[in-house]
Ligand binder design. Structure first.
Ligand code: F6R
Length: 620
C-alpha cells in the first residue's frame, strides 16, 4: 500500500529517491517523506502531506547532498495523513530514521512499554514505535544496529518492510521484511570495493538503474554496504544465501506513453497484453492449450474433488467468470471465496482440493493469508498472478503468470482481462486432461479464444465517442449494471470500475434479480447499463430491459454488432463483435472500462490515484 525507496552508493541519493517515489505513488499518496545522511553528516528528514510534488516543493531550499537515503509514500493506516505521521520517523535521539510498510499489530503494548522506559513519541503511528524500539534495544544491549534490529523485530507482531538509516554509520543501509515485499537492486557500479544498492517495495523504482534484484524473504534482514558487501541473515542471525534474479520489465512499461493516464493506456494495451499472455500457451496450429503449471501437476487437477478460488475485488470478479467456465468445460465444482472471509472461517478443505489464488499484485494480504490456511489444511495451491516474484507465486505449488506487464493505474483493467483469459486457458487445459469436452468443441473453443485479442482491438476502435457521451452522466448519483450468466460478473466489475474512480455509487446485479427489489430504484434519473449480447439468454434480457424501460430508466447497453432490437430500446449502445457466450466478458468489459474512465474525467477525478485507494492492499 505504501511505497519504499532506498539508495546507497556514489550518486546523489535525492533524485533517485524522488523519482522512485513518483513511480511508487500509485501505491499510496496521502503523504510522503525522505531522509538522507548529508555531506556534513547530518541526518535529515523532510516530510509533507499530499503528493510527492508537495514534498519536492518543500525540499527545494534544503540540503539534499547525501549519497545514502530512504523515502516513503504513505497510505494511512494508523494516524491521519499529515506531515507528522508521514514517514520517515526519527528515533528519540535522532540518530536513526526509519520507513515502514505494513502494520504492527502489537504497537500499543510496545509503545506503553517504551514510554514507561522514557521514550517519547511525536506521532500516532505504529512505525514510530518500531524506530524507538530499535533504538531502545540498541541502548539496552549495547550492540550494533543490525543486531538491535534483529532483536527488536523478534518482539514485533504484524507485517513489515522497513529500511533504516543510522547517522553514526553513513556507509550502511539496513532493511528487513515480514509479510510486506521488499526488493534489493544490485547496482551495475558494484565492484572493486565500490558498491551501489537500490531498495524498493516493488521493482518500479529500481528498474531504471539495474535489472539484478534480490527478493528479501520473510524474517530476513539485510545490510547493504557502500563497499559493495551485502549480508543477509534471518532474525536469529543465521546467514542466508541471496539469489539474484534478472527482471524482464522494461522502462517504457512504467511510462504513460502519450496517454493522459495509466488507466487509459492500460485499457488500450489489452489486445496486445492478451496476445502476450496467450503466446506459447494457445497453439493456433494444433488448436491446443499448453499451460506448464497444469501439465506438471495434471494429476492434482484430474483428481480434484473441488476447486476453490480465493481473491479480492476485481480479481474476485474474474474468479467468478473462471468458475462458470471451469464448471462448464471441466465439470469440476468450483467455489469462489472472498479471501478476507475465507481466512477467518474454518472452511472445510479436503486434501484433494485445489485452491487457486487470483491476484494482480501477488501481495494482497487477505489472499496470501487465505492460501496459507489452505496449505496448512493440505490443499494443492495454484497462483494466477501478474507481478513476477511476488509473495503469492512464491507461496503456491504451481501457477501461471499473466505477463500483461506492470499495471500502474489503481483501477485494474488489463490484469482483469489477463486473469479471465488465463482462467479460460486453465479450464480448457483441465478439460483436455479430463476429456470432458468433445475434440471438436475443444478445438473450436481454443480457436475462438485466440481470436479474442483482435476482437478486443475491434471493440476499442469502434467505441470512440464514449468521452462525449460520458459527459451526460456527471449528474448521476447512482448507476445499476445488469448482466446474466457470464455477464453477471461483468456487471459487478463495470460497477466497481465506476465507483472506484468516479465516486458514483453503482451496483451490479444478475438482471433477473431486479424484480426482487432493486427495480424500486428505477426512475428517469437512473442510468442502467445492460450487457445484452446476441447469444446466451438474449430474449430474457430483452424482457428485463423492457421492465426497466417501462419505469423510465435510461438504458446503456452492450450489444453484439448488428443488433437492432436492444439497440432500438437503448438510449446509448456499445457494440462488440460476436463471440462464444463464455468469451463475451473479455469484450463487454472494454466499453465499461472506458465509460467509467470518461465519467470520472468529466467529473474531474484523478483516475490514476482515486481517493482512499491503493494499488496493492498489503494490510488487512
Ligand atoms: C479494483 C482493484 C482491486 C483489486 C483488489 C485485489 O480495480 O484493483 O479491487 O482487484 O485489491 O488486488 P490483487 O488483484 O492485487 O490481489
Amino acid at each position: 500500500m505504501c511505497g519504499i525507496v532506498g539508495y546507497i552508493g556514489e550518486q546523489q541519493a535525492y533524485p533517485i529517491l524522488i523519482k522512485g517515489l513518483h513511480r511508487l505513488e500509485y501505491r499510496g499518496y496521502d503523504s510522503a517523506g525522505v531522509s538522507m545522511i548529508n555531506a556534513d553528516g547530518v541526518l535529515s528528514v523532510y516530510k509533507s502531506k499530499g503528493k510527492v510534488s508537495a514534498l519536492e516543493a518543500s525540499v527545494a531550499d534544503k540540503d539534499i547532498s547525501g549519497t545514502i537515503g530512504i523515502a516513503h509514500t504513505r497510505w494511512a493506516t494508523h494516524g491521519e495523513p499529515n506531515a507528522i505521521n508521514a514517514h520517515p520517523h526519527f528515533s528519540q535521539s535522532k540518530n536513526l530514521s526509519l520507513v515502514h510498510n505494513g502494520i504492527i499489530e502489537n504497537y500499543k503494548s510496545l509503545r506503553i512499554e517504551l514510554e514507561k522506559n522514557g521514550m517519547t513519541f511525536c506521532s500516532e503511528t505504529d512505525t514510530e514505535v518500531l524506530v524507538q524500539l530499535v533504538e531502545y534495544t540498541q541502548q539496552q544491549h549495547g550492540c550494533d544496529l543490525y543486531r538491535a534490529t534483529q532483536l527488536a523485530l523478534k518482539s514485533v507482531v504484524g507485517a513489515y518492510a522497513i529500511a533504516i538509516l543510522d547517522k553514526r554509520n553513513p556507509d550502511q543501509l539496513i532493511c528487513a521484511r515480514k509479510g510486506s515485499p521488499l526488493i534489493i537492486g544490485v547496482g551495475t557500479n558494484n565492484g572493486a570495493g565500490k558498491g551501489e544498492f537500490f531498495l524498493g517495495s516493488d521493482a518500479t523504482p529500481i528498474i531504471e538503474y539495474t535489472n539484478k534484484v534480490i527478493y528479501l524473504q520473510d524474517e530476513e534482514i539485510a545490510i547493504m554496504n557502500r563497499n559493495g558487501d551485502l549480508k543477509i541473515t534471518n532474525l536469529s542471525n543465521v546467514k542466508q544465501t541471496p539469489q539474484v534474479h534478472t527482471l524482464q520489465m522494461n522502462l517504457d512499461e512504467l511510462e504513460k506513453g502519450g496517454y493522459a493516464h495509466f488507466m487509459l493506456k492500460e485499457i488500450y494495451e489489452q489486445p496486445n497484453a492478451l496476445r502476450i499472455c496467450t503466446k506459447g500457451r494457445l497453439n493456433i496450429v494444433d488448436k491446443d492449450v499448453l499451460l506448464s503449471g497444469i501439465i506438471d501437476h495434471k494429476e492434482k487437477f484430474v483428481k480434484a474433488r473441488r476447486i476453490i478460488i480465493c481473491a479480492c475485488g476485481t480479481s474476485w470478479h474474474s474468479a467468478l467468470i473462471g468458475k462458470y467456465f471451469i464448471e462448464e468445460a471441466a465439470q469440476i465444482p468450483v467455489e469462489v471465496e472472498y479471501a478476507s472471509e475465507f481466512r477467518y472461517r474454518n472452511p472445510v478443505i479436503f486434501p484433494d482440493d485445489v485452491v487457486i489464488a487470483v491476484s494482480q499484485s501477488g501481495e494482497t494480504a487477505d489472499t496470501l493469508a487465505a492460501i496459507q490456511l489452505a496449505k496448512d489444511k493440505g490443499a494443492f495451491l495454484y497462483g494466477i498472478c501478474n507481478v513476477i516474484g511476488s509473495s503469492i507465486p512464491r507461496a503456491t505449488d504451481s501457477g501461471t503468470y499473466l505477463h500483461v506487464g506492470p499495471e500502474i493505474g489503481v483501477a485494474s483493467t488489463k490484469a482483469f482481462t489477463g486473469q479471465v483469459i488465463t482462467l479460460f486457458m486453465l479450464g480448457l487445459a483441465i478439460a483436455k486432461e479430463k476429456k470432458t469436452l468433445s475434440e471438436d468443441m475443444f478445438h473450436m473453443l481454443v480457436d475462438e479464444l485466440q481470436k479474442i485479442p483482435d476482437k478486443m482491438q475491434w471493440t476499442l476502435d469502434h467505441n470512440k465517442g464514449i468521452d462525449n457521451f460520458a459527459q451526460m452522466f456527471t449528474y448521476a448519483r447512482n448507476f445499476i449494471y445488469l448482466g446474466r450468466g457470464y455477464n453477471y460478473p461483468v456487471a459487478l466489475e463495470g460497477a466497481l470500475k465506476l465507483k472506484e474512480i468516479s465516486y458514483i455509487h453503482a451496483e451490479g446485479y444478475p438482471a433477473a434479480e431486479m424484480k426482487h427489489g432493486p427495480i424500486a430504484l428505477i426512475d428517469e434519473e437512473m442510468p442502467v447499463v445492460v450487457i445484452a449480447p446476441k447469444r446466451g439468454m438474449y430474449d430474457k434480457i430483452v424482457s428485463n430491459i423492457q421492465e426497466i424501460k417501462s419505469r423510465k430508466g435510461k438504458i446503456i447497453s452492450v450489444v453484439t454488432e448488428g443488433d437492432t432490437i436492444v439497440k432500438g430500446m437503448s438510449d446509448y449502445c456499445f457494440e462488440i463483435p460476436d463471440t462464444r457466450d463464455c468469451y463475451v466478458p473479455l469484450l463487454a468489459i472494454l466499453p465499461l472500462q472506458l465509460l467509467s474512465y470518461y465519467v470520472a474525467i468529466a467529473k474531474g477525478r484523478n483516475v490514476d490515484q482515486p481517493r482512499n485507494l491503493a494499488k496493492s492492499v498489503t494490510v488487512e
